[in-house]
Design a protein around this ligand. Structure first.
Ligand SMILES: [Ca+2]
Length: 221
């Protein structure tokens, strides 16, 4: 009578491991350089374990070789810190080229967060949210993109939701406007996105544990 119970128990654990870790990530911690990130505008460099973007319209994006256009829905997050202001630092999603993307930015000068679109060079201020913020302080910003629906988080708190259909696909980048800003721990999860070496959660190690667990389950037969 005990065997079926234990078998179910172990299968349950194995399935939990699969479900908890099905979201693999692209992950950039910049500890060993820029990890192939491409400077588009302004000055972008990896230094002392962070990615520093400088300029009015300073833009760096992850390498094309890491990305597939079919990854339209994803969650992108990073940590940001403004060293010199006064304007803004932001995460880019659905980035298609140097003139076309969505921006989620913390604006130091205006003390708020702002959502912008830029399409063919045409900027639109889509949404503004009051958000007091300070120089030299790290913030975690996150965008969830799912079809035409978007969620925006700062320090894991949902601060805005928005729907838009202008841009259906595109990768992730970092941007500054009239600031020197630091970016770190860029993490992108979503369906089909593979595991990265060193990503939080160490998916490869868990896969090994999972195989062991399944082996144990089989041995119990
Ligand atoms: Ca780092």
């Amino acid at each position: 009578m005990k065997l079926p119970f234990f078998r179910g128990f172990f299968i349950g654990i194995a399935l939990s491991v699969i479900l908890l870790n099905s979201a693999h990530a692209l992950y950039y911690d910049f500890e060993k350089g820029d990890q192939g990130w491409e400077q588009i505008n302004g000055t972008c460099k990896a230094e002392k374990g962070v990615y520093i973007v400088t300029g009015s319209d300073g833009v760096g994006v992850l390498p094309d070789s890491d990305w597939k256009d079919e990854w339209t829905d994803y969650t992108a997050e990073c940590q940001v810190m403004m060293e010199q202001g006064p304007d803004n630092m932001g995460l880019l999603v659905r980035y298609q080229d140097s003139t076309t993307y969505y921006i989620f930015a913390i604006m130091n000068g205006r003390q708020r967060a702002e959502i912008w679109s830029r399409v063919g060079g045409q900027y639109t201020d889509e949404k503004d949210i009051d958000f007091p913020n300070e120089m030299n302080e790290w913030y975690k910003i996150k965008v969830v993109a799912k079809g035409e629906d978007f969620e925006f988080y700062i320090n894991d708190e949902l601060i805005a939701e928005w729907s838009d259909d202008k841009l259906e696909s595109g990768k992730v980048g970092a941007r500054t406007y009239s600031s020197v800003s630091h970016f770190d721990n860029v993490l992108i999860t979503g369906s089909g996105i593979p595991a990265s070496k060193g990503e939080p959660g160490a998916a490869v190690d868990l896969a090994t544990k999972l195989a062991t667990t399944w082996g144990n389950v089989k041995n119990r037969d």
